[in-house]
Design a protein around this ligand. Structure first.
Ligand code: GAL
Length: 420
């Protein structure tokens, strides 16, 4: 009898515990801390729209928007790494699909696989599989791709080009001649803000994908394109020449400052990822196709340089249930169609509602569907962190010393050290 009583008691206790656990798992309160570098210039507006959507669905969860300013995560990435390594992860964080996510956080055991969650939510098959692949490792998915930005875009002030009777150039040779013409006319031909070094690397990689061609660029990362390929030398040579036509104060400016120069009509062109279109539109009130024009960076037609933001679930996330709700929100069609039209990116899902996207973005969607996709170096997908830092320094030195031979040699050495 005594035995029966204690058995009954432990079953009762187990049921009670189960109830408490499942209740706390389902409880929609507490907080969620989401870390990113989206602090302004169209980026913040996009993030805020997502936060609003999350708040609508989970009104009792306090959303902690943890941001560290600095384009492309120039400051945020180091802060995040310290937190992750120190065992103090946020509940979810912005990270580029590809090497940045996989090498830095997945292979080191700092992320939880979320394949099962995506299946449970019925969204796994809704993503572009090439993009989802960037968040996958050894058969598991580790992050939700929230967008696809395009890196190889040349934006221009339509009025400035009209005023000077200039047609948007289609190859690098014509582009450099156009820059020369604008320079002679007293306009800053190409706006640059490389206070954070990545912006110059961003321009460089767009030039290199053109001089190498998309296929050779892609096989570079698989080790099957020779480092002696003339396309590599040519990229450094073109880049070096282009730097004769940038604003003098480039080293003190950010990507937003450079975009503003185009907006103000002080500069004609800007090579930037299409978060600049988010900035023109959401921040400056410009209309695509009326105020600003765009084309792929000359020489890169048919190539789409992918910049892909993702969010995952760190091991030891303090509020995992709320973090999963965040992931579910950004993985949903509504989430992607809320965020991307403002951010200046296209959905990573294949079923985005095209009517929500402006002419620039629908153009981008079409190119994305038909072009060869190439992963960005500057934005963490193609190569390991060590190589990116080395390339940033190399490009930065080239802007100062104009020594193309030296830069090419260093590129080869860095590649052998960090990539091969
Ligand atoms: C990229 C990121 C974009 C945008 C940009 C400028 O690395 O993927 O979403 O934030 O930096 O900050």
């Amino acid at each position: 009898m005594l035995l029966k009583k204690s058995a009954f008691l432990s079953v009762f206790l187990m049921i009670a515990l189960l109830f408490v656990f499942s209740f706390s798992a389902l409880a929609q309160d507490g907080e969620v801390e989401v870390f990113s570098w989206w602090t302004g210039g169209g980026e913040e507006e996009g993030l805020n729209a997502l936060i609003e959507l999350y708040n609508e669905e989970y009104p009792d969860v306090e959303f902690i928007n943890a941001t560290v300013a600095g384009g492309a995560g120039s400051n945020a990435k180091a802060v995040l790494k310290t937190r992750m390594v120190g065992g103090n992860p946020p509940d979810s964080f912005q990270v580029h699909g590809g090497a940045e996510l996989i090498d830095t956080y997945v292979k080191t055991g700092m992320m939880q696989p979320i394949t099962g969650l995506l299946e449970e939510w019925g969204v796994k098959d809704k993503f572009n599989q090439q993009i989802l692949e960037l968040s996958s490792y050894e058969g598991e998915i580790y992050a939700v791709p929230v967008n696809v930005h395009r890196g190889n875009v040349l934006f221009y002030n339509m009025e400035v080009l009209n005023e000077h009777g200039i047609d948007a150039p289609t190859n690098m040779y014509d582009f450099i001649n156009t820059l020369k013409e604008l320079d002679e006319a007293g306009v800053v031909p190409l706006a640059l803000g490389d206070k954070n070094k990545w912006t110059a690397t961003h321009v460089f990689e767009a030039v290199m994908v053109g001089t190498l061609g998309a296929d050779k660029y892609n096989s570079l990362w698989e080790g099957s394109t020779s480092l002696d390929d003339p396309g590599i030398y040519q990229a450094f040579a073109y880049f070096n020449e282009m730097m004769n036509y940038v604003n003098e104060d480039h080293a003190g400016n950010t990507w937003q400052d450079a975009s503003r120069m185009v907006y103000d009509g002080e500069a004609a062109f800007n090579i930037m990822g299409d978060w600049a279109e988010g900035y023109f539109k959401s921040n400056m009130g410009w209309t695509p196709g009326e105020d600003f024009g765009w084309m792929e960076v000359p020489g890169t037609r048919g190539t789409f340089m992918v910049v892909n933001d993702t969010f995952g679930l760190p091991e030891g996330a303090p509020n995992p249930e709320n973090a999963k709700r965040w992931l579910k929100t950004i993985a949903s069609r509504e989430g992607q169609d809320t965020f991307n039209p403002i951010k200046g990116s296209i959905p990573a899902r294949v079923d985005g509602d095209k009517s929500k996207y402006d002419p620039y973005l629908t153009d981008s969607m079409e190119d994305f569907a038909s072009n060869t996709l190439t992963p960005s170096i500057a934005h963490g997908s193609a190569a390991p962190e060590g190589f990116i830092t080395a390339l940033n320094d190399n490009i930065n030195s080239l802007i100062t010393d104009n020594d193309v031979d030296r830069a090419v040699e260093r590129f080869k050495q860095d590649f052998e050290e960090y990539v091969e």
